[in-house]
Design a protein around this ligand. Structure first.
Ligand code: F6P
Length: 522
């Protein structure tokens, strides 16, 4: 597989020329006026997700050039290498196979059989673990004495299950509460523990490595609390979700569900890390969640570039970051249950693509990951949408709306959807007649994703879509989207500072750290 970094392709220059020669000045209002087919041309269906890309600052010629860029960079070959189980996480020499966790078992894989012929052993292990994990989820669901499930994990071992359990609350088993403890700040665990009784609590210690300091600290405190409250039968009240089953056993947890080093932390929701979700929505619901994601995997793997939604979104991200120079993207879910979806996408994209060197370690002369941020609509409208409409920076907004509600409250759903549509419309059309403070420049881009309903299937597909679009931009940029060396320095320094906070030794520290250390010790 040959990858060519985007800035070394001939198409990169062609895109720069196209941008300079008019593409940068595209006016969406004119584009719609002059092309009655614009909505049809720039929108598409993908499995379980409809996407309207027509309100983006992109014309057909630029999009065709972006697709050429993908071809020249070898994005399709890179994608195929991922789906063939090659070690595309080159800095850690690991395969990238979170998608295999959603693959049907070999016997049912049918036409996909050819694609997975070299990784059938892994697929067999995946299904053995999945079956065991789902059987355990069912016993927890049946165990009415367990009323509280506490997930202790951070980053990918927290954001995914937390986002999905909240999103699928309408499908959740009655009579069980789900808690997520991630922060090493003891206030968080303390507040949860105050609501619990040992005999009715199940702690899930979720950590790919089983070494993460925050998770280990919280896990130790939970274990100590359990013993101090008279808890017995650790095997019934603690389970570990990890690739490091040995460390979990050494910690004293005998119920463990494993996964593999070819599942990145921020891609691990589909593995044993998804256990809280499996308990909440049940084995059948979890299988539907995996199946929805698999449908999107197949779309990404097989659809032609021009109608491949993850490809189109990833290439749009490159267009905005490297040609328009936009530095952030705002995520606007118009569904209150998607409240942790922006935070989930933040880790997914920023930890994957927040890189300054290419896969071979060479410094990049262009920008990579945008900053992702957002809140559910309509709340964001009463907070930061002012800046989106009238601020000096252009921030592309990515809406996601859900057509059918699962409540029967009169009027709410129409009002919610009207607000989402109206915000996207207002960003684009603006208002120029009033002038001054009342002027809206308009021509501000947005993407509108639409789900028919928010179900395990559609959520699975939506999240897989987001994973793959991150793959596409990372692939064009020539980076390794699957490592995260940037988190290491802070971890090392925190250990040093912790010792210094205890001892007071400030020798060799910079003036600011030494000054703050002295204040904290006084
Ligand atoms: O922040 C770095 C990181 O390694 C993330 O990539 C990961 O999701 C998180 O820490 C938690 O790691 P673990 O699951 O090993 O505890």
């Amino acid at each position: 597989m040959t990858r060519t970094r985007c800035d070394r392709t001939t198409t990169w220059g062609a895109l720069q020329a196209a941008f300079a020669n008019g593409a940068s000045a595209l006016d969406l209002r004119q584009a719609f006026a002059s092309d009655p087919q614009r909505f049809a041309r720039f929108s598409q269906s993908a499995p379980h997700v409809f996407a309207d890309l027509s309100k983006n600052l992109l014309d057909a010629d630029s999009e065709a050039l972006l697709q050429n860029l993908a071809r020249e960079c070898g994005v399709e070959a890179h994608r195929d290498a991922m789906f063939a189980g090659e070690a595309i996480n080159s800095t850690e020499n690991r395969a990238v196979m979170h998608w295999l966790l959603r693959n049907p078992p070999l016997a049912l894989a049918g036409a996909d059989n050819d694609a997975i012929k070299n990784i059938t052993t892994e697929l067999t292990q995946v299904h053995a673990t999945l079956d065991a994990m789902l059987a355990y989820a069912q016993t927890v669901r049946d165990d009415t004495a367990i009323t509280d499930v506490v997930n202790i994990g951070i980053g990918g071992s927290d954001l995914g299950p937390q986002m999905a359990v909240l999103a699928l609350d309408a499908f959740s088993i009655p009579g069980k509460r789900f808690h997520f403890v991630s922060n090493v700040d003891g206030h968080e665990l303390d507040a949860v523990l105050k609501k619990l009784k040992p005999e009715s609590t199940l702690f899930l210690i979720a950590s790919k490595t089983f070494t993460t300091i925050e998770t280990m600290t919280n896990a130790r405190s939970a274990k100590a609390w359990f013993a101090a409250q008279g808890g017995t039968d650790t095997a019934r009240h603690f389970a570990a979700l990890t690739t490091n089953v040995e460390a979990a056993k050494a910690f004293g947890i005998s119920t463990t569900f494993g996964f593999w080093d070819w599942v990145g932390g921020r891609y691990s929701l589909w593995s044993a890390i998804g256990l809280p979700l499996a308990i909440a929505i049940g084995p059948q619901g979890f299988r539907e969640f995996l199946a929805g994601a698999h449908d999107m995997d197949e779309h990404f793997r097989t659809a032609p570039l021009a109608s491949n939604l993850p490809m189109r979104l990833g290439l749009l991200d490159v267009w905005y970051r490297n040609f328009h120079g936009f530095t952030s993207r705002s995520i606007a879910p118009y569904h209150s249950a998607l409240k942790r979806y922006p935070a989930y996408l933040q880790q997914l994209e920023m930890e994957s693509n927040g890189k300054q060197v290419d896969a071979s370690g060479e410094a990049l002369p262009f920008a990579t990951s945008s900053a992702l941020w957002g809140e559910p609509g309509t709340n964001g409208q009463h907070a930061y949408f002012q800046m989106l409409h009238q601020g000096t920076d252009v921030v592309p907004v990515e809406f996601v709306a859900v057509k059918k509600a699962r409540h029967a409250l009169d009027g709410h759903q129409t009002l919610l959807l009207a607000n989402g549509l109206a915000q996207a419309q207002a960003l684009m059309v603006g208002k120029q007649d009033a002038g001054g403070h009342k002027n809206f420049p308009g021509n501000r881009p947005s993407t509108f994703l639409l789900l028919d309903e928010l179900t395990p299937t559609t959520l699975g597909s939506l999240i897989a879509l987001q994973e793959h679009r991150v793959f596409v931009s990372g692939s064009v940029w020539g980076i390794n989207s699957f490592d995260q060396w940037g988190v290491e320095l802070g971890k090392v320094l925190a250990k040093d500072v912790e010792a210094r906070l205890l001892s007071g030794d400030a020798a060799g520290l910079d003036g600011s750290t030494a000054g703050l250390l002295a204040l904290l010790r006084s």
